[in-house]
Structures are given as structure tokens and as C-alpha cells.
Write a protein that binds this ligand. Sequence first.
Ligand SMILES: Cc1cc2nc3c(=O)[nH]c(=O)nc-3n(C[C@H](O)[C@H](O)[C@H](O)COP(=O)(O)OP(=O)(O)OC[C@H]3O[C@@H](n4cnc5c(N)ncnc54)[C@H](O)[C@@H]3O)c2cc1C
Length: 382
Amino acid sequence: MSLAFESVELPAAAIELRHKVRAFLAEQRAAGAYVPRCSGWTIFDRAFTRACGQAGFIGLSWPRRWGGQERSTLERYVVVEELLAAGAPVGAHWIADRQSGPQILRHGSVALQEAVLPGIARGELTCAIGMSEPGSGSDLASVRSRGDRVDGGWKLNGRKIWTTGGHLADYMIGLFRTDPPDTSKRHAGLTQFAIDLNAPGVTRRAIRNISGREDFSEITFDDVFVPDTHVLGEPGDGWRLVTGELAYERSGPERFLSVFPLLVECLQAKPRSDSPAALAEIGRAVAHLAALRRMAISVAAKLDAGQDPATEAALMKDLGNALEREIPERLRGIALQSHETPEAAVFRALLADTVVDATSYTLRGGTPEVLRGMIARGLGLR
Ligand SMILES: Cc1cc2nc3c(=O)[nH]c(=O)nc-3n(C[C@H](O)[C@H](O)[C@H](O)COP(=O)(O)OP(=O)(O)OC[C@H]3O[C@@H](n4cnc5c(N)ncnc54)[C@H](O)[C@@H]3O)c2cc1C
């Protein structure tokens, strides 16, 4: 097996949409709705998400029946790219638009689709990812949170951790063990549920990260009832579903664009033009970003064509993670060389925040070691 990243031109409709998103962002910025930040896709802002929903930027490729616009994955790609590059606070709808909505569209009952998808598209209903548990991160098949059959549905018990936005979200797609563990079939007996996080028995606790923000949380489930209509796919088939969901999580441009706002602020700060080293750093970062962008567009085109680019997505995430860790480190030298101007102060403040935050970048969505194992398997090397 080989990796294929074909060169893809964006269609005219996508380019048209890009202008619309830029106009929306300029308007929002002028109205003081946000200040650009790195990793804007983890910043939870319901008001901004509602504005995105009203502008038609959520659930773009979904059926009209559920509030979508039946646009292509490449058109969605352009919207995503613009929102990320602007450092806009899109965290309240990011997970729902990127993976929970598509997962419900593919594997959910009509009742669940009706209950959740139009709300997501309007920017009113938000979702979280319930995979990791204490002791189960990379080795997701070892999850111990349990789902037991009861009349009309299931009772959930257990604990999820590091759930981004989980203390603020409305729904979670969670992976639970619904059959006893079988060491000969580690991936069997798991099921995904769409869980109302306001249901009785759900307790949520925000966790403060190294930057002092409360972006993720710990969630416990004590006899939480979930109706049969909220099971995704067939009970016991959760592993196949969760790996499909992870491909959506990893295939987008968020990794390499996380720190794009920092690069923009660096240029606004006008690093000394007599410093060839500074210019070389900026040129290097831009060249890497351009290459990763071509790869991301190619992955979006594969998704559009109904293919499964899981290995390409893992490679994209690994390379994107490396670059999002590298850019803040390399721009530190430029920060020291830039003049004392208000623009330079903005750049330095954003840099300080990003350097601390970047320590977690390679963990969220799967670590480099795990991704490289997947890439090797995808290439038939292991
Ligand atoms: C900012 C942030 C947001 C997150 N958001 C979410 C979320 O919304 N929902 C969610 O479910 N989870 C979330 N996570 C959790 C994240 O997915 C896990 O942290 C990650 O999968 C690693 O799991 P772990 O922390 O248990 O580490 P472990 O799996 O214990 O890994 C520890 C170390 O061992 C290495 N390792 C493990 N297994 C192997 C192997 N087979 N081969 C080689 N090396 C290996 C890892 O690479 C790592 O370096 C988030 C994490 C962070 C930091």
C-alpha cells in the first residue's frame, strides 16, 4: 500500500465561499466579537458559534433536511481553513461539525438525527468526544466505562477524562463497554452512545490546564439512562465506528493552522528586515504550511470521493503536530529581535501563551508514537 496525495484545485464555488467567510470574519472582528488566538478551535464561545450557524458555516455538507446545504467537502474545507487561519473562537461547534454530526449522520437513528443535527447546524447544540478514560488513552480498546441493557435502552456507568469542552457541551458521543472484555477479541463488545450531558446521573468537573484555562473536563456517569434510539450503529460495533470517527478528527487542517495566527502577528510586528535569520525562519514556516495545505486539500478531496484516507490523515496529523510545536519555538528568536512597538507586544503576548499551550498539542487526538504505528501498519510495514 502507498500513500497518495494528489494535487487538487479548489472548485469555483469554494473560492466564492472563501470571500463570504472573510467578509463575515472582518465584520465580527470589527464588532469586537473576538481577538485572534492560536488553537481557536478549542475556544468555546457560544455567541460566536451561533453567529457562524446563522451565517451558514456549520454542517455545510449535510442534507438540507437537517439544516445543511449539501455542499462538497472541499467547500467545507475552505470555511474551516478561513476560520482557523483567523484564530476565531470556534470551539463550541468544532467537534460537532467535524465529527459528531457526521458520525450521527452515518450511524445514528432518524430520531437522533432529528433531535441533534438541526441544532448543531444552527450553532445552538454543542458536542464533546468521550473516548479517553483514566488509564485508557492510546489504548482505547481498554475502556472500562460500561453500558448495561435495561428496558428501552441502556444504563451507563464509568468515567471519561480530558473531554474537551465536556463541562460546557450539550451532547457527548461516548465509547462504552457493553460486553465483558475478551482478551482474544480486544476490539469486540464496545458501543458508541450519543449522551445528553444534562441527563440525571452525569457529573462534570472542569480541569484547569497549564495555561490556567479550563478547556477540558472529567465526566462521571452514575446509572445514566440512554434510550435505544441514541445507540450509534449496532451494539458491539463501537470499535469500527470510533476508528472511523478518529479519521475525521485527524484529517483536517487544524493541526498545522493552530499557530497560523502567531505567524500573522509576527509579521505585523515587522521583524527587522536586516535579519536574514528571521526572514529564513518565516520563509521556512510558510513553505511547510504551504506543503501541508496541499496535502490537507488532497485529503478533503478523497473524503469527497467517498474514500477512507485514514493513513493519510494520520500522516497529516503527525506532520501538522510537528510543525505546530516547531513554529512557536522558532519564532522565539524573532521575538527577541523585534522592535518595542505595540504590534511586537501583541506578538510576544500571543507567543508566551502559545509556547505554554503547545506542550499539549501532540497529545490531543493521538500521540506521535501511536500515529506512526498506524502509518506503518497502513503502509504494510508492521
Ligand atoms: C488538550 C487535550 C485535549 C484532549 N481532548 C480529548 C477529548 O476531547 N476527548 C477524549 O476522549 N480525549 C481527549 N484527550 C486525551 C488524549 O486523546 C489522550 O491524552 C491521548 O490519546 C494519550 O492518552 P494518555 O494521556 O492516556 O497517554 P498514554 O496512552 O498513557 O500514553 C503515554 C505515553 O506512552 C506512549 N504510548 C502509548 N502507547 C504506545 C504504543 N502502543 N507504542 C508506543 N508508544 C506508546 C504515548 O505515545 C505517550 O507518549 C485530550 C488530551 C489533551 C492533552
